[in-house]
Write a protein that binds this ligand. Structure first.
Ligand code: GLV
Ligand code: MN
Length: 217
C-alpha cells in the first residue's frame, strides 16, 4: 500500500512540476490582453469579448527583415509576443524573427519562461547552447532546418558567413523574456559594482570599466 502511495505521489509531483513548467493553461476561448486596465495579474486581464477583433490576433512586424542598427553585434531580434499581439494572452506561444548581417552575432542569453525552436529562413547559422554541466551543444544549421534551445539554457547564434541570414523563432510562452548575460552584468541599473565584476572574471577594475563603456556605446 505504501508503495502504491509513493508511486501516486511521484506521479502527482511530476505532473505538478511539469504542469507549472510553462505558461498557465487557458480557462476560456480567448483572453485578449487589456494592458491599460491597471489590474495586475499573472499575464494581462481580458478585454471585453464584444470588443475583440481580428487585429488583436494579427501582426505584420516580422514579415520583413528587422533593421540592424547595432553594428558591433550585427543582428536584430524582432519580437512577435503578447506585447505586439494582445490575442496571445493566455495562449502560451509567441514568435520572433532574428536577422543577421554577415558575421553577425545574437549574443549569449537565456529565456526564463520558454523553450525556443528556430527555423532558418535564409542562409546558414552556427547555433549553440550550454547545459548546466557546461557542455556546449553546437551545430551549423542551413535554410529550412530547425534547431531547439531548451528553456532556461544559455544559447547564442553566429552568422559565420559573408551572406545575410534570417531565422524565425517560436517559443512556448506568450512572453518568453530574454536576459543577455553581458547586458545584465555590465549595463544593469543600478550597476553591478566593479569589484564584484573584477573578482568574478579575475580581471582588474580598469578592464571592467572598459567593458562597461564598450557596451554602453
Ligand atoms: C534567439 O535566440 C532569440 O531569442 O530570438
Ligand atoms: Mn533565444
Amino acid at each position: 500500500m505504501a508503495g502504491v502511495r509513493a508511486v501516486v505521489l511521484v506521479v502527482l509531483l511530476a505532473y505538478t512540476v511539469g504542469g507549472l513548467a510553462y505558461d498557465s493553461d487557458m480557462l476560456q476561448d480567448v483572453c485578449v490582453a487589456d494592458p491599460k486596465s491597471g489590474i495586475l495579474v499573472n499575464g494581462f486581464p481580458c478585454k471585453n469579448i464584444s470588443m475583440i477583433a481580428a487585429e488583436d490576433f494579427f501582426f505584420m512586424g516580422i514579415s520583413k527583415p528587422g533593421q540592424i542598427t547595432n553594428k558591433v553585434l550585427g543582428s536584430k531580434v524582432t519580437g512577435a509576443n503578447v506585447m505586439d499581439i494582445p490575442g496571445l494572452n493566455t495562449l502560451g506561444v509567441s514568435m520572433a524573427r532574428v536577422d543577421f548581417a554577415p558575421y553577425g552575432l545574437n549574443p549569449p542569453h537565456i529565456h526564463p519562461r520558454a523553450t525556443e525552436i528556430i527555423y532558418v529562413l535564409e542562409g546558414e547559422l552556427y547555433v549553440a547552447f550550454i547545459t548546466t554541466s557546461n557542455k556546449l551543444i553546437s551545430k551549423v544549421v542551413k535554410t529550412g532546418e530547425v534547431f531547439v534551445f531548451p528553456r532556461g539554457l544559455a544559447h547564442y547564434q553566429k552568422n559565420k558567413s559573408k551572406y545575410p541570414t534570417s531565422v524565425i523563432a517560436a517559443f512556448n510562452s506568450q512572453l518568453p523574456g530574454t536576459q543577455q548575460f553581458a547586458a545584465a552584468l555590465f549595463t544593469s541599473n543600478p550597476p553591478v559594482s566593479n569589484d564584484v565584476l573584477a573578482q568574478t572574471f579575475n580581471i582588474d577594475e580598469h578592464n571592467v570599466e572598459k567593458i562597461k563603456a564598450g557596451l554602453a556605446a
